[in-house]
Design a protein around this ligand. Structure first.
Ligand SMILES: C[S@@+](CC[C@H](N)C(=O)[O-])C[C@H]1O[C@@H](n2cnc3c(N)ncnc32)[C@H](O)[C@@H]1O
Length: 280
């Protein structure tokens, strides 16, 4: 039975605050050990089979199933757009039930996140209706909608607008009736909800993966939200862009990626990146 989107009431928030406090303690341990964490809650001891700074080669729902409530500080992700184009290695991007698929994902992401989900998506013919249905369905969980101005939209066919912007929808566990963020790092009046980042198609992996996010996107949000050592989760990790940004911004990270080829590529990218960092 459809129970509707997660309620955002006071009781739930109190519960989440307590969870958040306990989880913060656990995360501190995890940062030191970077290995299996023992989780104590309600006088029971449960072992969480979860490492940080690792990409899990599996479906994101499998990874999140093992996370207790409020386990990560933030989620930043770019889901497949349902573009009806077999551009990925394993995943076929042509779901009939995109709405149901993304609804399940967002409910689970809201459960495992302490703060916000930065959900990057582009309107295409294959998701247009479902995407706007999702915005309506989760209206009580959306704190802000940002427009990423890509400065350029690749020319398409006659009668079709070139896509020069993407959405960053911010789903949140904070009070969504207020647009003010309690965990923002910017000074008054310095950030617009339309921001420009050039979408470069020339990166060293574009021959292997066709939908790579510019590194400046996750870096932008990490710089503007939270603090060092926070855990950022990307349920669609692809080539590891969120992980590279996390290292750059001194955050911890967890990823899920269904394709082994992309996990191998991301791990190689991370190793090269870490080696370069230690050289300079
Ligand atoms: C838009 S791409 C993400 C690209 C990534 N942001 C980057 O910069 O490389 C979406 C990725 O999600 C992966 N994927 C699709 N369904 C998935 C699932 N259920 N769980 C985990 N990964 C999935 C695809 O293989 C693809 O690599």
């Amino acid at each position: 039975m459809d129970k509707g989107p997660p309620a955002n009431n006071l009781e739930q928030r109190k519960d989440r605050t307590e969870y958040a406090r306990q989880t913060a303690q656990l995360q501190n341990q995890a940062r030191n050990w970077n290995e299996t964490i023992k989780h104590k809650r309600h006088k029971t001891t449960k072992t969480i089979d979860m490492e940080i700074n690792k990409i899990y080669c599996e479906s994101n729902l499998e990874t999140m199933k093992r996370m207790p409530d409020g386990f990560v500080d933030y989620i930043l992700t770019s889901p497949p757009y349902n573009i009806n184009d077999s551009k990925y290695e394993t995943y076929k991007d042509n779901l009939n039930d995109y709405f149901e698929n993304q609804k399940k994902l967002i409910i689970e992401m809201l459960r495992v996140t302490k703060n916000h989900i930065f959900y990057n998506t582009q309107m295409v013919s294959g998701n247009k209706v479902d995407l706007h249905k999702l915005i309506g369905y989760f209206a009580e969980n959306i704190k802000e909608v940002l427009i990423w101005n890509k400065t350029y939209g690749a020319p398409t066919m006659p009668g079709l607008f070139n896509s020069a912007f993407e959405y960053i929808i911010i789903f949140s566990n904070q009070n969504v009736n207020q647009r003010k963020f309690n965990d923002a790092n910017w000074k008054q009046g310095t950030q617009n909800n339309v921001f420009k980042i050039v979408n470069s198609h020339s990166n060293p992996f574009s021959d292997v993966h066709k939908a790579i996010m510019p590194l400046d996107i996750p870096r932008y949000f990490m710089m503007n939200f939270g603090e060092e050592n926070d855990i950022w989760y990307d349920p669609y990790m692809g080539t590891g862009t969120t992980a590279v940004a996390s290292i750059e911004e001194k955050r911890n990270w967890i990823g899920s990626e269904i394709s082994k080829k992309y996990v191998d590529l991301a791990n190689k990218r991370l190793n090269t990146y870490l080696n370069q960092k230690t050289l300079f």
